[in-house]
Design a protein around this ligand. Structure first.
Ligand code: SF4
Length: 387
């Protein structure tokens, strides 16, 4: 097991984080959606105040990179005009709502996401910065693997349920009372000691023995979980992959000009509303069979100060050699920001070359160490194929 430092906070628009390529500011589009005008304007802001690079995060947020300190204040003012940031920094941080993207106007997912965001906007509850909510009310649960602490989702009997992450069952609710119950769960989490020093997650709290009161517990089984969808044309529009979850401002502008709105997902994909054909543009992965979709690589060097090596060009170079269905994770350090799960092959940069871990995470013991980039690229199969 490798020990790594964990930052207890995430960047926001109000509080950008210093990175190797300048400040990083996170933007949380309401309902997980950008209108076409917001998308185009954001792309222009990324060019004006940053280095033009935009991340799509695992929580379906956008991050502008390479911001200069003197541009921060005008950026926040511009975001406020676009209604993309709350005036109050604590409210902004708390508005951490992941929305399953295949909603239709007025359905439970869209309605509940808007209602929850309104309720979270009323006052700060004092939740930890990483604490979040998922609204996932389609027939099957799409966000089961995505990070969230309180889930409003579909039950196996077709009704709505509210479930704290880490609990096997949820409580049956109506559309009208789902948000109230979700907020009661959040208050219970705080009141029962789930947070300490600004940190804490629901699943860990429940795993640690915290017992839900009868008024919040339930016995409803969640609906089946569905794996994340693949790029392609879906009923709601065209779902496109974004290589490594990072795009140039020109890509966001291009996508924004194709539809009335864009829906962000936690799977490094963007849904272009209503589009009936797959678009082609630099940085877009349109083919569901593209091996790049099975390669995860964090920001790496030089943009991340903690990185021991560049990651994404190495991941892209290895992608064509990846065995069918295998997943590769290239991480600039043992923190493993880009992917906490198991990968068939994980390469972790260290001060002394790359560690190779099979069927594990960045925290597991390596089977080989000290590999140089040249070693890896000289014989990719030796690294990527099962031994
Ligand atoms: S995992 Fe990657 S992005 Fe995260 S701290 Fe390490 S080098 Fe930076």
């Amino acid at each position: 097991m490798t020990a790594v430092a964990i930052k207890g906070w995430c960047p926001s628009a109000h509080r950008p984080m210093q990175s190797g390529d300048g400040l990083v500011a996170r933007i949380r589009p309401r309902g997980g959606r950008l209108s076409a005008a917001q998308a185009v304007a954001l792309a222009e802001l990324a060019e004006r105040y940053g280095n033009g690079l935009i991340d799509l995060t695992g929580r379906a947020n956008l991050q502008m990179r390479g911001l200069r300190a003197e541009g921060h204040e005008p950026l926040v003012e511009a975001l406020a005009e676009l209604t993309l940031v709350d005036a109050d920094a604590a409210i902004e941080t708390q508005r951490n709502v992941l929305v399953a993207p295949f909603w239709r106007d007025g359905d439970d997912t869209q309605w509940l996401a808007a209602a929850l965001e309104r309720a979270l906007g009323e006052r700060s509850l004092g939740l930890p910065e990483k604490f979040g909510f998922a609204i996932d009310c389609g027939e099957a649960r799409l966000l089961a693997q995505a990070s969230a602490d309180i889930r409003i989702e579909r039950g196996a009997d077709g009704g709505l349920i509210v479930r704290p992450d880490g609990a096997s069952h949820g409580r049956t609710v109506t559309r009208a009372d789902a948000v109230d119950l979700a907020l009661s769960l959040a208050r219970w989490f705080l009141g029962s000691g789930g947070a300490s020093g600004g940190r804490g997650r629901m699943a860990a709290h429940i795993a640690g023995g915290a017992k839900l009161p009868a008024a919040l517990a339930g016995d409803a089984i969640p609906a089946r979980a569905s794996p994340p969808p693949a790029p392609g044309v879906h009923a709601s529009g065209a779902l496109v992959g974004i290589a490594f979850g990072q795009m140039q401002s020109a890509t966001l502008k291009f996508l924004g000009q194709r539809a009335a709105g864009l829906r962000l997902t936690p799977w490094r994909m963007i849904l272009i509303e209503g589009l009936r054909e797959m678009p082609a543009h630099d940085g877009i992965v349109a083919d569901a069979g593209d091996p790049l979709l099975r390669v995860v690589a964090c920001t790496g060097a030089p943009a991340c100060e903690a990185a021991h090596a560049e990651t994404r060009a190495l991941g892209a170079a290895l992608a064509p050699h990846l065995p069918a269905a295998a997943r590769l994770h290239v991480s600039g350090c043992a923190k493993g920001c880009a992917y906490p799960g198991l990968a068939d092959v994980t390469l972790v940069a260290t001060g002394g070359g790359f560690d190779l871990i099979r069927n594990g995470t960045t925290r597991d013991a390596p089977t080989l160490g000290g590999l140089s980039r040249a070693d890896i690229l000289a014989d990719p199969r030796a690294v990527l194929e099962p031994r």
